[in-house]
Design a protein around this ligand. Structure first.
Ligand SMILES: [Fe+2]
Length: 330
């Protein structure tokens, strides 16, 4: 048997083992699987639609590929109808784009994605292409309608707000008020305005849950220092008597700089949402949490973040020497 056939055989065997685990109670392999229901306003539109949420894969040298494959296998084991991924697919370069394509192609259900700050820093075009090669639909300030059996669900994707690429008006254009809708935004604080626009459930990432949650250090690092209102998990409201809306911030799969994750809330995560199910119908990881005070970034900060993308783009062009940023950079 050739080496590649042996590797493929081992990969299939591992996939089979993972599939045979109970996806709701699998606490091994450094992951947590978290499960939620709602929101209530979907009860009249949807029944039994399961969404899997992944975020911050950061495919690259910091996060082992076996972790990425585990995330894909656990996602498949939950048998979602759709998978949403809320940005930061790469770390700092375009070196691992083929690996990204490979990971995305392992996911069985239709995948919808938005980009994050790291994707814009590394080069948004090639990251988009890698995702599309893997079978994902990238929603750059756009929306689409999918069908699960006879049920229609709209998905709105907001491009990354951290680097100044979010265009809410474009993302919401043509959205139908008579159909249920979920939103994707790398930055969770964008949910506030998406709720106002009639998107009652938003999936986000970016924070990695702080990565160190012992002694509530994540509340200091992500909340106080970085100024986020939404750090990890569920915030807002899923009830119909409070028209606000909910946002779910995933803890993520990978990391861009330090692989360390310490504390229960910091564990790598695959989250499942049962749309068309009443919140409280089953045990959830936690209920809606109080938002932190947060801090709106100043105009100066926004400008600095936008400039960082341009600077990195120029650097890539200089390295490639031909103005073509589709080449592989380190
Ligand atoms: Fe990230």
């Amino acid at each position: 048997m050739s080496r590649s056939a042996t590797i493929e055989g081992l990969r299939k065997f591992r996939k089979k083992l993972l599939r045979e685990r109970d996806p709701w109670h699998d606490t091994s392999r450094r992951f947590r699987i978290r499960r939620f229901a709602g929101p209530e306003c979907f009860l009249e539109h949807l029944e039994g639609v399961r969404v899997a949420h992944l975020t911050d894969l950061h495919v690259g040298r910091v996060t082992p590929m076996e972790v990425q494959y585990d995330a894909a296998s656990m996602t498949n084991a939950g048998k979602p109808d759709i998978v949403v991924i809320s940005g930061d697919f790469v770390c700092h370069s375009q070196v691992y784009l083929d690996d990204l394509t490979e990971v995305i192609s392992q996911i069985d259900a239709p995948v919808f994605a938005v980009l994050g700050n790291h994707d814009h820093w590394a080069g948004a075009g090639p990251v988009r292409e890698a995702l599309r090669r893997g079978g994902a639909e990238v929603l750059d300030n756009a929306n689409t309608t999918i069908h699960v059996g006879h049920q229609a669900l709209q998905v709105v994707g907001l491009d990354d707000a951290y680097t100044g690429h979010a265009d809410r008006r474009a993302a919401l254009k043509g959205l139908r008020a008579d159909l249920p809708v979920i939103g994707l935004s790398h930055i969770a604080e964008e949910a506030d305005a998406l709720w106002e626009a009639g998107v009652p459930l938003v999936f986000s990432g970016h924070t990695h849950a702080g990565q160190i949650t012992v002694a509530r250090l994540h509340e200091l690092s992500v909340g106080k220092l970085a100024g986020h209102k939404y750090i990890h998990g569920l915030y807002g409201s899923r009830g119909t008597d409070d028209a606000k809306g909910a946002v779910y911030v995933g803890a993520g799969v990978g990391a861009a700089i330090v692989p360390l994750r310490l504390g229960e809330r910091a564990k790598r995560e695959v989250a499942f949402f049962e749309l068309g199910t009443q919140p409280g119908a089953f045990d959830e990881h936690h209920g809606e949490q109080e938002a932190h005070p947060g801090r709106i970034p100043s105009e100066k900060t926004k400008e600095r973040r936008a400039q960082a993308v341009l600077r990195k783009q120029q650097k890539r062009k200089r390295r490639n020497g031909n103005g073509n940023n589709a080449g592989f950079n380190s």
